[in-house]
Design a protein around this ligand. Structure first.
Ligand code: 13P
Length: 255
């Protein structure tokens, strides 16, 4: 398997952090690291920060993403934001199916699939998150669970559309806990996702798919995680709010 077939993507998930003013400042600090990167660099920011961040990143190589989108183009869905709204602003990426959405906001595999449909129909690239809880890992169902999440999420997605999908493997027990999956654990599940995608779309499409690891990735452990053969990048929470740490992770992806 040749890692060179695919692009490394380092994405920051700011979660519910940063006011618009703070967001502008943080993005200005990240732009120089993106400029020197071999990999693609993306930040996924709160909705209210999208406009200021797009402005602050204008003309740079930094990709800008949202953290969710609704499946309908418009309508009576108080508090939601649609894919056409995002794409019309110039947003390029959207995270779909983050475990925090699944756990706290009732997101299901079915709604994840619907949201992916809307994102793709509106020209967005998707960062699809999958991953198991600690209980599920201990029960030994990680590979099956992640395969199921992947298959349902990708239902109806064409081979051509798959080129706009990144899959992020995020073990729930490693998110925000400081407890990282070992490089072997991360690689094993990323490889199993690639084989699921291969069964659906063929090996060439699977070889070209960017699969990220997410869960307490930081400046110290990024090198080892990103050097794994099936780990093509990272989805980073906490460390993406620290420009120096984020720049270090970008450097680790360049090696
Ligand atoms: P942390 O890097 O803070 O563990 O968060 C990972 C994550 O959930 C990214 O989407």
């Amino acid at each position: 398997m040749n890692k060179k077939l695919r692009k490394a993507v380092i994405a920051g998930n700011w979660k519910m952090n940063k006011t618009p003013e703070e967001a502008k400042e943080l993005v200005r600090a990240i732009v120089p690291a993106a400029k020197d990167a071999d990999c693609d660099v993306v930040v996924c920011v709160p909705y209210v920060d999208l406009f200021p961040v797009l402005e602050a990143a204008k003309g740079s190589k930094l990709g800008i993403g949202a953290q969710n989108c609704h499946w309908a183009p418009s309508g009576a869905f108080t508090g939601e934001v649609s894919a056409p709204m995002l794409s019309s602003m110039g947003v390029q990426y959207v995270i779909i199916g983050h475990s925090e959405r699944r756990t706290y906001f009732g997101e299901t595999d079915k709604t994840v699939n619907q949201r992916i449909r809307a994102a793709l129909d509106n020209g967005l690239s998707v960062i699809l998150c999958v991953g198991e809880s600690l209980e599920q890992r201990e029960q030994g169902v990680t590979a099956e669970l992640v395969a199921m999440q992947t298959k349902i999420a990708l239902g109806g997605v064409s081979g051509e559309e798959l080129k706009r999908i990144i899959i992020a493997y995020e073990p729930i027990w490693a998110i925000g806990t400081g407890k990282t999956a070992t490089a072997e654990q991360a690689n094993e599940v990323c490889a199993s996702i690639r084989s699921t995608v291969s069964s659906l779309y063929g090996s060439a499409a699977a070889d070209a798919l960017t699969i990220q690891y997410g869960g307490s990735m930081n400046a110290k452990n990024a090198d080892e995680l990103l050097s794994q053969p099936d780990v093509d990048g990272g989805l980073i929470g906490g460390a993406s709010l620290k420009p120096d740490a984020f720049a270090q992770i970008i450097k680790a992806a360049n090696r």
